[in-house]
Each structure stands twice: as structure tokens, then as C-alpha cells.
Design a protein around this ligand. Structure first.
Ligand SMILES: [Zn+2]
Length: 464
């Protein structure tokens, strides 16, 4: 049986349940048996299995459990959870192996797997390669595993995280979970933390008002509308599996995750002076500026979940995150990205300040930031093009102005511009930032002129 290779992404597997070469019962069986072999090679004989709230996820979960047990893996079924609660369960139940069934923010009809083999450790590209080889060679282990369920993960999680935060005043929070899994947990958690909660699209439903994806304007606009209508102090949104966070202030203005990181860094640096904060190359210059101003050490690193997680571990960071909304509060917490815990920490910061969120944000270093642009460029060309761009920028501006940890992030007197190869789509990713609109235009022009010298790069840029 052929499995569509496009399902195997860098860090997870995603496919449609009604496509026979994607998340079909046979494919679920083979992938899960392959994963069982992967675990056994590492001496792991047990796995936690969990899923998101899409009703068909239960069927995928059952099939997965059968395949794992049939390969000799003992299974602990923890039911419907968010990804951070799945990671939490690894520590709680002391199990390194695990499978989370979710398609993250993908539309209805999609499903997928996040595979874990150590605490807070999910697949990286090499692991995905190994899994594919096991499946191709049908190198499956056999056996008969046992099965048990553990249904109280949310209670344990709630007790744990609430013990780690303290809100000094009551905050009125609008919660939007885009009819996704977060609706089952986030309102309850925030009420237990002492917030006044207004729920918006928190019922799990196939009919989605908007995607459960806080990077998209559909969700942010709905949140913005909601806070103004209900007079909330803040709007909080998470993606369908709960590992990416988005926020809007009381006026409905978007607070992008790199600016959320500024506030979280202040909160943590106050108790951990000199702490390191890891963030990706797409983040605002306001972040390193503010980290330095608050006695911290900024560490800029490559965009991508596994890169940021590994770098944070390597340097012993107190906090890490990406502009995409993955946030790792490491000081006084675990090592995984958790949008709900990051939201609670953001509320903790707010609760200690008498100003409104928009007043707090207005006092941060101000920059004008462009959308994230995509310029078409074929997958087989994009990395070579970026390499040539890096050296061309270095020749023109000098090495000290070109940070090359991930493409080229070029510094200008009043801002910066970034070009890197997208890891998901056939495109180059571009972001610009400057102190003024005019400065932003100038930096964009520099990049447009440079890219025009490369016939392999399309001139029609799309935002998103
Ligand atoms: Zn996610």
C-alpha cells in the first residue's frame, strides 16, 4: 500500500481521513506500527495516546492504540487533550513514548500525528526519515501490549499550572478557541485562575466561525471585535492543539507573539536577572532591545520548532519563543511550548500593572513591522538562492551587518530586513521592520532590488 509522502512533514504527520493514500485505516496502522518499532529501538515499551476534540480523532486513536498494542507497546489512553497537556502527561505519568493525534489548525477532515520519544521531545526531520524507512522496509516489531486509561490529566495539569501563577487582580478575558479543542479547557482554566471569562467560539464544532489559528486575520479580527463588544481587558486565542498563542489588547489591537515575549521576558528577568531569552529571526528588534534594557541576554536563532527548543536547552534559556506563537516559559516550568501557560503568565504580568494593556504596549520600543511575505521560489532552488543572497548582502554591507543563522537578517540604521527559505512551501520568506513607515519602504526596496537579480524568484509576493 502506498502512503502519500507529502503527509510526512518535518516535525509531524498530517493527512485527510477520507483520502485512501493519506490517513486511511491502513496508513494509520502502518505508521503506528512503524512508530512502535521506533520506540522499541530506543528501549521504550510504553506510550501515552491522546487526541484532539475532532470527533473522528477517536476512531484514529482507537486504530492507533490497536496497532501499538499489536506491536508490543503498552498503551495509556488519556483521551482528549491539548498538546501541552499531552507533554505534561509524559512527566506526570513518567512515560517517554507518546502519540498525539491532531492536525493542529488544519481544516475539518484533516488528522495527523505528533510522535514523542522523550520528555518534551517530539520528532525532528531525522526521526521522520527513520520512521519512513521502517515503514518502507515493513520492519515492524510484534507482541501484545496492555492497555489502560488515565482520565484525569486536565485536573492534574490545572492544579500544577495554577500553583505556578498568581494574579493580583481580576482581569476580564475574552477567550476565542475557533471552535477547536481549546474550548474544552481554556475557559475553565482561566476561571479557576480568577479571571472573568467571556467565551467566543469555544464550542467544539465542525462549523467553524474561523480557523483555530491565531496567526490568521480571521481569528484576530474576531477577537478584536469581541473585546470591544464585551469591554474585555484582553483577548486570548490559541490554535486547535493549544501550542500557539495570539492576543489583542482592550482596544482590539493585535499583540503579535514577539511582543508578548517582551512582557514575559520582563516578568521572568525580574526574578532571574541575566537570564537568556531565545527567539527566532522573524521577531521584532524591540524584543532584544527590551531584553537588554531589563538585564537579560537576547539570543536570536533559526526559525523552527526544533531549532528553538534545542537552542533554549543548549543555552539554558529562561524563556524562548517564535513569532509564530510557540512560547516556552522555561523558568519555573517544563521544557515544552504551552500557549495556555504563556497566556496565564501574560495575565500575571498584566495583573501587576495598573495600566491597560494598550498603555503598556505603547511604552515598548516602537517599530513598524511588515507582514510576513512569501516570494515564490521552487523548493529545489530556494536554498541555493538564499546562500547567494547571504553572500551578496555580506559583500555589499559587510559581514557584521548580516546575521546568517537562518538566511540573511540585514541590519540598517533604523531597522532590519530578513530573507530566508520557507521550510514548508516553495517560497522565500521576507520580513522587514523599521522605526518609520518611510524607513520600512526603503528597506523593502533594497530587498526587492536585490531579489530582482534572481530570475528563480517570483516578483508577486503574497502575505501570510
Ligand atoms: Zn499547534
Amino acid at each position: 500500500m502506498a502512503i502519500n509522502e507529502n503527509m510526512f512533514r518535518e516535525y509531524d504527520i498530517r493527512g485527510r481521513i477520507d483520502h485512501e493514500d493519506e490517513m486511511s485505516p491502513e496508513a494509520i496502522d502502518m505508521i503506528s506500527r512503524g512508530f512502535a518499532t521506533f520506540l522499541k529501538r530506543r528501549g521504550i515499551g510504553e506510550a501515552i495516546v491522546a487526541c484532539d476534540a475532532r470527533p473522528y480523532s477517536e476512531t484514529v486513536k482507537e486504530k492507533t492504540i490497536q496497532a501499538l498494542m499489536g506491536s508490543g507497546i503498552d498503551v495509556i489512553d488519556i483521551g482528549v487533550v491539548l498538546v501541552p497537556m499531552f507533554y505534561f502527561s509524559q512527566y506526570q505519568l513518567k512515560k517517554k513514548g507518546g502519540v498525539m493525534i491532531t492536525a493542529s489548525h488544519n481544516p475539518w477532515g484533516w488528522s495527523g500525528f505528533k510522535h514523542a520519544y522523550d520528555y518534551s521531545t517530539t520528532f525532528i526531520p531525522q526521526d521522520m526519515q527513520e520512521l519512513r524507512q521502517i515503514i518502507e522496509k515493513k520492519d515492524f516489531s510484534t507482541g501484545s501490549g496492555a492497555r489502560q486509561s488515565y482520565k484525569n490529566i486536565f485536573d492534574a495539569y490545572k492544579k500544577d499550572v495554577l500553583g505556578r501563577i498568581h494574579l493580583e487582580r481580576r482581569i476580564k478575558v475574552l477567550v476565542d478557541t475557533g471552535n477547536g479543542t481549546g474550548g474544552l479547557f481554556l475557559p475553565d482554566l482561566l476561571r479557576a485562575a480568577g479571571c472573568v471569562v467571556i467565551e467566543q467560539y469555544t464550542n467544539v464544532s465542525e462549523k467553524r466561525h474561523h480557523e483555530a489559528n491565531p496567526s490568521t486575520l480571521g481569528m484576530l479580527d474576531a477577537m478584536s471585535h469581541g473585546v470591544r463588544e464585551y469591554g474585555a481587558d484582553i483577548g486570548i486565542g490559541v490554535d486547535d492543539d493549544g501550542d500557539r498563542l495570539g492576543a489583542v489588547d482592550e482596544k482590539g489591537e493585535v499583540i503579535w507573539p514577539d511582543r508578548i515575549l517582551i512582557l514575559l521576558a520582563r516578568l521572568i528577568l525580574a526574578i532571574k536577572p541575566g537570564g537568556k531569552v531565545v527567539f527566532d529571526v522573524k521577531c521584532t528588534a524591540a524584543l532584544p532591545e527590551d531584553i537588554l534594557a531589563h538585564g537579560g541576554v537576547p539570543v536570536m536563532w533559526k526559525t523552527g520548532h526544533s531549532y528553538i527548543k534545542a537552542k533554549a536547552k543548549e543555552v539554558g534559556a529562561v524563556l524562548a519563543g517564535e513569532r509564530s506563537g510557540h512560547i516556552y516559559v522555561r523558568e519555573g516550568y517544563y521544557e515544552y511550548d504551552d500557549a495556555t501557560f504563556a497566556a496565564l503568565k501574560l495575565l500575571e504580568y498584566m495583573s501587576r500593572d495598573k495600566q491597560t494593556l494598550s498603555e503598556i504596549m505603547a511604552k515598548l520600543p516602537q517599530y513598524v513591522t511588515s507582514p510576513v511575505w512569501h516570494a515564490p521560489c521552487a523548493d529545489e532552488k530556494k536554498y541555493a538562492v538564499v546562500e547567494r543572497l547571504v553572500s551578496s548582502f555580506k559583500n555589499e554591507y559587510g559581514v557584521e551587518r548580516v546575521n546568517d543563522v537562518n538566511g540573511a537578517r540585514v541590519s540598517f540604521p533604523d531597522g532590519w530586513g530578513l530573507v530566508r527559505a520557507s521550510s514548508n512551501v516553495p517560497a522565500l520568506v521576507l520580513v522587514f521592520e523599521a522605526k518609520t513607515d518611510e524607513g520600512l519602504k526603503k528597506i523593502e526596496e533594497v530587498f526587492r532590488t536585490k531579489l530582482a537579480q534572481f530570475p528563480d524568484v517570483g516578483s508577486e509576493w503574497a502575505s501570510g
